[in-house]
Design a protein around this ligand. Structure first.
Ligand code: FAD
Ligand code: THG
Length: 806
């Protein structure tokens, strides 16, 4: 028998899901909506439907691309094109960056001078702008037409849609969803329930113990009266004026104006129905004209033809914002069969629906969705306070120019390692990552730059963009790690304790490498999804027969582990990150520094590469692992949190005679790039197989079985391969996501990059056609410039491994 599916919500997401799920062959689908069909009263009912595909996220761009393609087939898309204009030099440079993303992800685009912009959009005052970014395949979605067309296709395959049918309870039995109950008392049994309730989603989730981190927020949209300069026949492109938080589209001879410049206005769901203009449109609040004043004045400046006319109407529409701007997709971990697909724009709706349908029906989406995963957030990020503050900030920043290394400014200080006060005293400049405070560099190391410069080390001067959130001190720190010794705070590295009689078998089945070695072994290994895509890379240390310590990448790994636990209680997974801490002590002097503190033999023979040892340093119990993401002699040294400060002081004092420093994340990143080590989520994702990503060595094909093995065995050779490239100009740097061209044709894109103090050049990773081999010459577009670079054999530094294995 087919699974019975109930979808809550018949907006653009619910209707698209019904279409995609029935297309995959599950046709017992019921879609319920609290409102009428298909103008339900949700956000879709009045969405102006602008679809701009360009996004810094490759995944989001692909979700949008599929939406455009599908809506075009459904005759629910008007490809009027998109035009983003710059009124400041900073924005004009940023439009170059967006043009770069478009090239990287394969979206047609070009940059235009002011006259060309005015030709495309004759209402524009060319004297007010510096240039524009044009995307001809963008356009207007007819959201209700698309919703209805997708619903009709689903209905033709057997789905049914129920109007005025509000779900008041999600039913559960035995850890699974079993159906829903509606306001009129009916029960609908179901094996799969998908919440596609838009901004109602957080409330529905709360009722079943699920945090759906989204905040309904009001956003202003107004329409002008007839504009004489428009005779109604033109099809003007959509326009974005991000410097003033504005966007525009035409409706015949009128113009619709959207505005994000007002203070964020989270909506209180408890009073929503009283606040809304009419109950049939609960997603519309009355217009607040005073808030719109600056938008209207600025619009009249940019589009002078509006000077003589009046606004005709407006409303404050409600839709969802999330802490990081991405949708919320996935299955409830503690209630199998209950899925959410919320905080999705019309722009990404069809793409999201296809991916989520694949996920539900086949078990694995084709596209990498880690940025959108329901379980991507840290524990503290599930608090109402965090969700509200960061989602409001996401509203404020919708059109802001965000530097790739500009981390959130609030809330901060939620997670600090036991070394925090020491780091502050040494002048740490902190970044936030995974809610941890992480030193990027230390002002205390400033004097090293002069010392190293005197020895001939180069400290290239950066432009304003690449020089932001950056200090040349990081070059000195990286260099010092290769010549002396440095301490790195590795506390934020997510780690789990996996224990029990079934632990070894569990980890063997979940990961690609042989992790069943004798206690004392550390193994680098991969988590694959069922399609053979890389979900994560891990280090697995076997500390005793039934006890493993796993070094992981974040909350999604915990989620994957938890979902795959055997039901018999033979395996326990515990996140020990917060209760422990870790210092990486690396560099040629590391052994000289640490050996005197330890009764055990730390020589290469006594404590080999990729081995683990539980021992003491001074009086402090530690677990040491001979692992180094920076590619140097040394160890990750773990202890419990209460010993952290003492461990720091012990090592710091022992290191004084070796001139030990503490170094930050920028140096760390630079050194791992030299060594060819990948960073999961940036360089490689579920989109890539191990072979393509250059980590095929971590797959033990002779193992009887592991998740993803079957898919790898039937995989075709990869078309694209991750390569290291080295920029020619010693002063050139790139930051990530830039397009790579060969002979003027886009061939791939950069993932991550960093300046290497060892070779005096910037090293970057790029996804390139597999045929492009080391030695090949490529070009990289960086903002307004183009740099030349060469594909390099890996690793760029220390291919003989002589630095690590000494
Ligand atoms: P909705 O359309 O809100 O659908 C959710 C449905 O769930 C509703 O029909 C609701 O009635 C139903 N529902 C809720 N609770 C229950 C329940 N308990 N039982 C049964 N049914 C229930 N996006 C773009 O891509 N481009 C734009 O230009 C754009 N502009 C926008 C401008 C404005 C003014 C607004 C408000 C939004 C805009 N958006 C835009 C965002 C976009 O409209 C939404 O993100 C999108 O429509 C959300 O679709 P949805 O299907 O998730 O939600
Ligand atoms: N330390 C620990 N766990 C981790 C990381 C870490 N888990 C997550 C992430 N970082 C994993 N990434 C890597 C990448 C490369 C290496 C270690 C962790 C590494 N690779 C060697 C190589 O490729 O030559 C060794 C491979 C091997 O011998 O199999 O060291 O930083 N604890």
């Amino acid at each position: 028998m087919q699974p019975r599916v109930v979808i809550i919500g018949a907006g653009i997401v619910g209707t698209a899901l019904a279409d995609e799920i029935t297309r995959l062959g599950w046709t017992d689908v019921t879609v319920t909506d609290r409102g009428p069909l298909f103008r339900t009263g949700g956000s879709t009912s009045h969405a102006p439907g602008l679809v701009f595909q360009t996004n810094g996220s490759k995944t989001m761009a692909e979700l949008a691309r599929y939406t455009v393609q599908k809506f075009t087939e459904l005759e629910a898309f008007d490809p009027v094109g998109g035009l983003e204009v710059a009124t400041t030099p900073h924005r004009w440079t940023d439009l170059h960056r967006r043009h770069g993303w478009a090239k990287s992800w394969g979206i047609e685009s070009r940059l235009l001078d002011p006259q060309e912009c005015a030709k495309l959009h004759p209402l524009l005052d060319p004297d007010r702008i510096l240039g524009g970014y044009h995307t001809p395949t963008d356009g207007l979605a007819l959201a209700l037409t698309a919703a209805e067309a997708q619903a009709r296709r689903a209905i033709a395959r057997g789905a049914r849609f129920l109007a005025y049918c509000e779900v008041v309870e999600i039913l559960r039995g035995d850890g699974r969803v079993t159906g829903v109950r509606t306001a009129d008392g009916q029960e609908f049994p179901a094996d799969v329930v998908i919440c596609a309730a838009g901004f109602w989603g957080a409330e529905l989730g709360r009722a079943v113990g699920l945090t759906v981190p989204l905040v309904p927020m009001a956003h202003q949209f107004a329409k002008t009266g007839p504009v004489p300069a428009l005779d109604g026949g033109e099809r003007l492109p959509m326009l974005r004026h991000q410097d003033a938080d504005l966007y525009y589209r035409t409706y015949g001879d009128r113009i619709g104006i959207g505005y994000y410049g007002h203070d964020p206005r989270p909506v209180d769901m408890r009073t929503l129905l009283q606040d809304t203009a009419s109950e049939s449109m609960p997603s519309m609040l009355p217009f607040t004209p005073e808030e719109f004043e600056p938008a209207w004045r600025e619009s009249q400046r940019l589009l002078p033809a509006l000077g003589a006319i009046e606004l005709a109407e407006g409303f404050d529409g409600i839709f969802s914002f999330t802490p990081d701007g991405f949708p919320i997709l996935g299955e409830h971990r503690d209630m199998a069969g209950l899925w959410v697909a919320e905080a999705v724009w019309v722009t990404h709706s069809a793409g999201v629906a296809r991916a989520v349908a694949e996920w539900i029906v086949t078990g694995t989406p084709e596209i990498d969705l880690h940025e959108c995963d329901l379980y991507r957030f840290e524990d503290a990020a599930h608090s109402p306070d965090f969700i509200r503050r960061t989602s409001m900030q996401a509203f404020v920043e919708v059109y802001d120019i965000i530097h790739p290394h500009q981390y959130r400014s609030a809330p901060r200080g939620l997670r600090t390692s036991p070394f925090y006060s020491r780091q502050k005293a040494l002048g740490a400049y902190f970044f936030e990552g995974g809610l941890w405070e992480r030193p990027a560099w230390f002002d205390a190391n400033a004097h090293l730059t002069a010392e190293l410069a005197a020895q001939g080390v180069d400290f290239p001067v950066r432009d304003e963009w690449s020089g932001s959130f950056y200090s040349p001190i990081s070059i000195a720190e990286a260099r010092w790690t290769r010549t002396h010794v440095a301490m790195y705070d590795m506390t934020p590295l997510t780690r789990y304790e996996v224990s029990g009689s079934g632990a070894a078998a569990f980890l063997q089945q979940l990961t690609t490498n042989d992790v069943g070695k004798k206690p004392g072994a550390v193994t680098y290994t991969l988590l694959l999804d069922y399609n053979g895509g890389i979900r994560s890379d891990l280090t697995v240390a076997r500390l005793s027969d039934q006890l493993f310590q796993v070094g992981a990448n974040g909350p999604l790994d915990f989620d994957w582990f938890t979902r795959h636990l055997p039901g018999d209680g033979s395996v326990t997974v515990r996140d020990i990150t917060g209760g422990t801490c870790c210092l990486g002590v690396w560099g040629p002097k590391a052994r000289d520094m640490v050996q005197p503190l330890c009764a055990d033999d730390l020589s290469h023979k006594g404590f080999g590469y990729f081995r683990a040892l539980r021992t003491h340093l001074g009086s402090i119990p530690v677990t040491m692992m001979r692992v180094s993401y920076v590619g140097e002699l040394g160890w990750e040294i773990y202890t419990t949190a209460e010993h952290g400060a003492a461990l720091w002081d012990l090592l710091w004092d022992a290191g004084a005679e070796h001139r030990v420093i503490t170094a930050g994340r920028i140096a760390f990143n630079s050194l791992r790039l030299e060594k060819g080590y990948r960073s999961w989520g940036t360089d490689m994702t579920a989109e890539h197989t191990p072979e393509a990503a250059g980590v095929g060595f971590a797959v033990r094909h002779s193992k009887a079985s592991f998740i993803g093995k079957a898919a790898l065995e039937s995989a075709v050779p990869p078309q694209k391969t991750l390569r290291s490239v080295v920029l020619d100009d010693p002063h050139a740097v790139v930051l990530g996501k830039e397009p790579v061209t060969i002979d003027g044709v886009v061939a791939g894109y950069i993932t991550s990059a960093g300046y290497s103090a060892t070779i005096g050049r910037c090293i970057a990773y790029a996804w390139l056609p597999t045929a492009v081999e080391p030695g090949a010459q490529v070009q990289i577009d960086y903002l307004t410039q183009t740099f030349t670079a060469r594909v390099h054999a890996e690793p760029v530094v220390d291919p003989e491994m002589s630095l690590i294995r000494r």
